[in-house]
Every structure is written in C-alpha cells, then in structure tokens.
Design a protein around this ligand. Structure first.
Ligand code: AMP
Ligand code: MG
Length: 324
C-alpha cells in the first residue's frame, strides 16, 4: 500500500525518507521519487521501483545551496548561476567533493554529482524536515511520461513506494535544466525549466555534449536517451492537419477534425504549455486508447523560451521505441 499524504503530514513523509523509504513529492518541475541519497539500499529501491534498466545517475536535492555545495566542488560559475536561479528548476553537474555523503550509487559511480535546490515550498519544507540529501528522479516508471500530479504518480507506482506527498499540480511542469560545469566549457545536458538564454546571459554560449552513442555507459546524460517520456500511442510531430482517428495536442487555435483534443495553451504561452504538457500526453493517451484512436498528433511549438524544452520532450515522446 502506498500512503497518500496531505501537506500537513510532512513529518511522516520525512520520517519515511530517513528510514530508507521511497516518498514521491512535488517540486516545481515534476513529482520526484525521493530516497535518502546517502543510503545505498534506499537508492537501489528507486531503480527497482521505476524499472530503470541501468543505474543512471540521479539528481540530489537540498533545502539550501550551502548544503548542496558541501557535496561538490563549486566554482565561481556555479555560485553565480546558483545565486541567480536557486531555488529553482536548474540542476548543476559538478565534480564530487572528496568527503561527499552522497552514496556512489546515486551518482552511478561517476566522479561528478548532479545537485539542485528546488523552489516548491512543500519540497523545501520536506528537505528541511528530512535533514538528508534526497535523490529523486521523476516519479514514474522508466520511459513513461513524467508525473505532474499525485494521481499520475500513483498510476505508475501504487504499491511500489511507501508514500506520495500530495501538493497538487506542479507549476513548471517540465524537468530542470541540467548544466554541466565540470569542464571549462559549460554544457547544456538537458533543456528544461530555466531557458538556455537566461544561462547564456551569465556564462556565455553553452556547449552541447558531444554526439554520443546510446551504447552502454556512452551517455553524458542518460535522460537524453532518444526514446523517453513516451505515451502508449505513437506521437507524430509538427502536425499541420489531423484526422478523426488521431488525438490532437493543440497549441493555439486547434486544428479541426481530431478524435480528441488537449489544449496546451489557447493563447500560445509556452509557460502555460509547459505546465500542461505531461498531463496532456497522459490524457490524450488514455482518451485516445479508450476511443480506439491510432495516435497522437502534436501541433508545432515555437522554440523560444520554454518552447525549446517542450520540443525536446515531444521529440523524445515521438522517437522510435527500443524493443520491449
Ligand atoms: P531524472 O532521471 O529525470 O531526474 O533526470 C536526471 C538527469 O540528470 C538526467 O538527464 C541525468 O543524466 C542527469 N545527471 C544526473 N547526474 C549526472 C551526472 N553526474 N553527470 C551527467 N548527468 C547527470
Ligand atoms: Mg525522468
């Protein structure tokens, strides 16, 4: 049984975390599946509950920047962007500190660690109360659409985790931007809730991780696997028209004739669209299958601001699936 905890039951959630339990909790990006990042057995259970095929590195979450920077070697660039964007949807990948308490499994044995201070008030309160760094990937089964409500979490993980702390819908709705500062050139590992341009304004142009094969261990950021965030129905991008046998992910005035429609943002606001993206993919998938539709057609979203991260997630949802 998975306990569904109200915000007032925060101390229960924190106690479960300290005891090695798995607790899903809301952040401003998506719901995270939390475990004590210093407890190898608890972290291993994250991979088992999600059905992750291998030990991808997890982001460790902290209540405050000083706590995060105790686990890594933070340089001036890291302090500059953290000062501007923490708490918030930015993850920094930095060299691991020699005395870090984070279990090696959390970092998948890498010499670097990914750290973040989330902004969601309930997440911050939970992290403060727990008093331990909390490893947390998105609280969904591996490869599935990320959860932005407690109900989404339970859809995939009911019975597999101790509890979900219900804080309502996530306001940003897209995962954090992942910025690698382990080398001289800052690298954008994953577009996300902080737009690239906002980081480039402080650091100069961001590089991209080199083209890496999806071979074992060959990924700089495993969340960059090409098929990810995938609903059950196939996804078609850049739809200019839609058929009655398709479900439509609309952005702005919807194309006519779809079998079902989810509006990301009538007024074409990328911030609103980001917050509604994952809920929309889930709804279209369920509704489309209920009605016997053949697929999901997504209208184009301009790549400005959060539009870049939205397109990144849509491209992964549409990518060829690995054989089951
Ligand atoms: P998620 O599983 O959704 O929390 O995504 C975590 C993201 O952070 C993935 O893209 C990971 O590959 C990335 N990440 C975490 N730790 C590291 C690290 N040490 N080096 C590179 N990327 C990392
Ligand atoms: Mg994920």
């Amino acid at each position: 049984m998975t306990e569904r905890l109200a915000p007032e039951q925060l101390t229960r959630a924190a106690a479960l975390l300290r005891a090695g339990g798995l607790v899903a909790f809301p952040t401003e990006t998506v719901y995270g599946l939390g475990a004590d990042a210093g407890n190898a057995a608890a972290v291993a259970r994250i991979f088992a509950a999600k059905g992750r095929p291998r030990f991808n590195p997890l982001i460790s979450h902290f209540a405050a920047a000083e706590a995060a920077f105790a686990e890594v070697r933070a340089d001036d660039r890291a302090r500059l962007v953290a000062g501007r964007f923490w708490p918030g949807p930015l993850t920094l990948v930095l060299p691991r500190a020699e005395r870090s308490r984070i279990d090696p499994l959390t970092g998948a044995g890498l010499p670097s660690l990914a750290v973040r201070v989330p902004a969601h008030p309930l997440a911050r309160a939970l992290l403060r109360e727990a008093g331990v760094p909390v490893a947390a990937p998105s609280a969904n089964r591996s490869g599935a659409v990320s959860p932005t409500t407690a109900a989404h979490v339970l859809d995939g993980l009911e019975g597999r985790i101790e509890a979900v702390l219900d804080g309502g819908a996530c306001p940003v709705g897209l995962e954090s931007t992942v910025l690698d500062l382990t080398g001289p050139q800052p690298l954008l590992l994953r577009p996300g809730g902080v737009p690239e341009a906002a980081l480039a304004a402080l650091l100069g142009p961001l590089g991209r991780p080199g083209a890496v094969a999806e071979a074992e261990g060959g990924l700089k950021a495993p969340g960059m696997m090409s098929s990810h965030y995938a609903p059950g129905l196939p996804v078609r991008l850049d739809a200019a028209s839609v058929g009655p046998d398709e479900a439509l992910l609309a952005f702005g005035p919807p194309l006519p004739g779809a079998g079902a429609t989810w509006q990301l943002s009538e007024g074409r606001d990328p911030v609103e669209a980001a917050a509604r993206l994952f809920a929309g993919l889930r709804w279209l998938d369920a509704e489309g299958r209920r009605r016997g539709l053949a697929g999901i057609a997504a209208m184009p979203v301009p790549p400005e601001g959060l539009g870049a991260a939205i397109n990144d997630r849509l491209a992964r949802a549409a990518a060829p699936r690995p054989p089951a």
